[in-house]
Ligand binder design. Structure first.
Ligand SMILES: Nc1nc2c(ncn2[C@@H]2O[C@H](COP(=O)(O)OP(=O)(O)O)[C@@H](O)[C@H]2O)c(=O)[nH]1
Ligand SMILES: [Mg+2]
Length: 309
């Protein structure tokens, strides 16, 4: 599966990724991740360790695509890719080439995490205004693109992350962008295929709410994986039934005589494969159900700033 982070330059994407890696490399509730390439792992560890000293990543601390393994109690559940764009890919809306490339990337993503710099949403504190359009306009436009690139019956998760909530003035946001975010959440809630989440995060020496956007993405990756294994198991079951129907003493003897596998032996081999798929499904469903329950609980808990739409 592929997770894509989107958001304007300086919104906090790379910082989030470093903090998320550190948190899940240590593991929470049995879930952990590991970078497949050890060099990537070391680079992310460095970002994470610096963050815990209050040092944010520089623009050069970026590689665009990482490959990870998601583990539950140390056994692998699935592999996933995580894409971080260099600099401000979304800043230049007038660049058709960039937008086309972007659209292509979106088609291939299985989960999107959209980053909104909360300090830039507040008209009182907004320092890095983007020329020509607001952060909310940019994100809304992108969400429309995501929604239209996926069919109605294809569940698609988008986590909206309001970053830097530690930097908010009086713990609130004033201005149009806050209203626009409310409207966007209403659209997401009424959309058939988009499953939304909204949270506010802090990344730095102390972190807040960094687990949820990551776990939400993983739930949908796991659901996709379960659907694929289910389809494989169904095909094996059909094959087993088919072979059993054709099994007879006569087929046993003639296959033995012709030195070919009999329907009985093919049914057996497929049944063994089917059992492996069923075991795999069990190994995937238990942690997926745990994650779904956890996200629902957190979303209902007033102590957390995390909502599901
Ligand atoms: N106060 C505060 N600042 C943050 C936080 N996350 C990121 N920043 C600041 O935002 C800057 C840009 O973050 P970065 O992750 O590089 O953004 P990117 O361009 O989207 O990858 C960092 O250098 C930090 O100064 C946060 O949670 N709180
Ligand atoms: Mg970055």
């Amino acid at each position: 599966m592929k997770v894509m982070m989107i958001g304007l330059s300086r919104a906090g994407k790379t910082s989030y990724m470093g903090a998320m890696y550190k948190r899940f490399e240590e593991g929470i509730g049995g879930f952990s991740i590991k970078a497949i390439n050890s060099e990537d792992g070391r680079a992310l560890q460095k970002i994470g360790n610096n963050l815990s000293k209050g040092i944010y990543p520089g623009n050069t601390d970026i590689r665009s695509e990482y490959k990870f393994k998601l583990l539950y109690e140390n056994s692998e559940l699935m592999e996933f890719d995580w894409t971080d764009y260099r600099g401000g890919l979304l800043v230049d809306f007038n660049n058709e080439k960039e937008l086309d490339k972007w659209e292509c990337e979106l088609q291939s993503a299985d989960a999107v995490i959209a980053f909104l710099d909360s300090s830039a949403m507040d008209r009182r504190t907004s320092v890095n205004r983007y020329s020509g359009f607001s952060q909310m306009e940019a994100i809304s436009d992108l969400i429309t693109r995501v929604a239209s690139s996926h069919s109605d019956n294809e569940a698609f998760p988008i986590s909206f992350v309001m970053t830097k909530i530690d930097a908010l003035k009086d713990n609130k946001i004033e201005g149009d962008e806050w209203e626009q975010l409310g409207e966007l959440m209403k659209d997401v809630a009424s959309s058939k295929n988009i499953h939304g989440m909204l949270t506010g995060t802090v990344v730095g020496k102390e972190c807040l709410n960094i687990e949820w956007p990551f776990l939400m993405s993983m739930v949908f990756g796991l659901k996709g994986k379960i659907a694929r294994v289910c389809a494989e198991a169904d095909a094996l079951k059909d094959r087993v039934n088919d072979c059993i129907e054709n099994t007879s003493i006569w087929d046993d003897i003639s296959s033995w005589w012709n030195d070919e596998p009999s329907y009985r032996s093919i049914a057996y081999d497929n049944a063994v494969e089917l059992q492996k798929k069923v075991n795999r499904l069990m190994a995937l469903s238990t942690p997926t159900d745990l994650l779904i329950d956890l996200l629902k609980k957190v979303s209902a808990d007033e102590d957390f700033f995390m909502h599901l739409f």
